[in-house]
Write a protein that binds this ligand. Structure first.
Ligand code: AQP
Length: 334
């Protein structure tokens, strides 16, 4: 608890330009949680280097992501948006927690198996211990809740196990985090392989709508979106491409999938694609304008980075010092 509010932690990796999936599935909902919780939203850049990044591009993606958090509506004066790499306590706690995590537990993580298969030429130790760093992120801020997609539930379970194990030895040091069970965001799939999720690191640019795509690009990508030969606007698993378009339209307009199906009854895929493009453009335009405005204000963004780094470090160091004391590290002479 901070000032009577429960603490919420989440983050995104700066692994590329954000997609519509990141926005509708996560960021849009994060904004709605800002009043109810004391939120810490990290730019998870230490996680990002488990996959090779081009330094110049990576630096830009870091800043763009932080600006997007603010442009989307997270008030950086009330909540905390910060770079994970600016708070060394993440790395320090991660090391300590790795001594409370078993190899067998990490071996069971499905995301490691998936990412190792995808990046067979770079199966580094960081990819393997990624869940321990994620546990440190969450536990440093004594988070009560963590909004996670289904793909991250296993990591959150492990975080809880590590925290309970540590508390079992040393007393109540960590708050045991719960998955956030409010309204979850839409799951958006690839426009080219609609059985896979839309991903910012997808190599095919036509598979994803990027948040900064201009209207012509958005229209073109939806025109090329994979559908099927059923010629029916139905919401069912057998038609993953059409189902995905309905999900996107519904998430952008606030309608239910059933209402969307009724609206397009008897119409063709072309009409659906045009309407989806328009709905997406309408959602992204104000966001893009705000990003453009904030990007020009270097002094403001720099001041936010400094302030929020300090805020994050204050809470993180409090937990870290407690942990260091519990395990028996000698106190620093000040
Ligand atoms: N397609 C999606 N639909 C709904 N939600 C999504 N998220 C990601 N893709 C979709 C949510 O966005 C947040 C960002 O998570 P992340 O940056 O830590 O990485 P990720 O989940 O692995 O996202 P990407 O875009 O697929 O990144 P890469 O390509 O780097 O692996 C999370 O809350 C996630 O659920």
């Amino acid at each position: 608890m901070i000032d009577g509010k429960k603490v919420l932690y989440s983050g995104m990796q700066a692994t590329g330009n954000l997609t519509l999936g990141n926005y509708l599935g996560a960021l849009k909902n994060w904004v709605n949680l800002c009043d109810e919780y004391e939120c810490f939203y990290g730019v998870a850049n230490m996680h990002s280097i488990t996959i090779r990044q081009d330094p110049a591009q990576f630096r830009k993606h870091n800043r763009d992501l932080l600006i997007l958090y603010i442009a989307a509506g997270i008030d950086p004066k009330k909540n905390c948006v910060y770079y994970q790499s600016h708070v060394p306590a993440h790395a320090e706690l991660s090391w300590i927690l790795s001594c409370f995590t078993y190899m067998g537990e990490l071996n069971r993580m499905t995301q490691f198996k998936d990412k190792a298969a995808k990046h067979a030429d770079n199966i580094n130790a960081g990819l393997f211990t990624y869940p321990v760093l994620m546990a440190a992120d969450i536990l440093l801020y004594q988070a009560d809740v963590v909004p996670v997609g289904v793909d991250q539930l296993q990591h959150l379970e492990l975080t809880r196990d590590i925290a309970q194990r540590f508390n079992g030895v040393y007393g109540d040091v960590f708050t045991i985090p719960e998955p956030y069970v409010g309204k979850v965001g839409a799951k958006i799939n690839s426009l080219q392989s609609p059985d896979k999720k839309m991903s910012k690191s997808d190599e095919n640019p036509n598979a994803s709508i990027y948040l900064m795509d201009d209207p012509d690009t958005i229209v073109r990508k939806f025109k090329r979106a994979v559908t099927d030969s059923e010629a029916c606007i139905c919401y069912r698993d057998e038609q993953p491409g059409v189902k995905n378009l309905i999900n996107i339209y519904s998430a952008c307009t606030g309608k239910t999938p059933e209402e969307t199906v009724a609206e397009f009854s008897g119409k063709g895929y072309g009409e659906l694609k045009t309407a989806v493009s328009e709905a997406v453009i309408a959602v992204l335009k104000p966001l893009q304008d705000e990003v453009a405005r904030l990007s020009k204000d270097k002094a403001y963004i720099d001041s936010i980075i400094k302030e929020n780094d300090e805020k994050a470090a204050y809470f993180a160091n409090k937990t870290l010092r407690k942990v260091q004391k519990k395990v028996g590290f000698p106190e620093k002479i000040r």
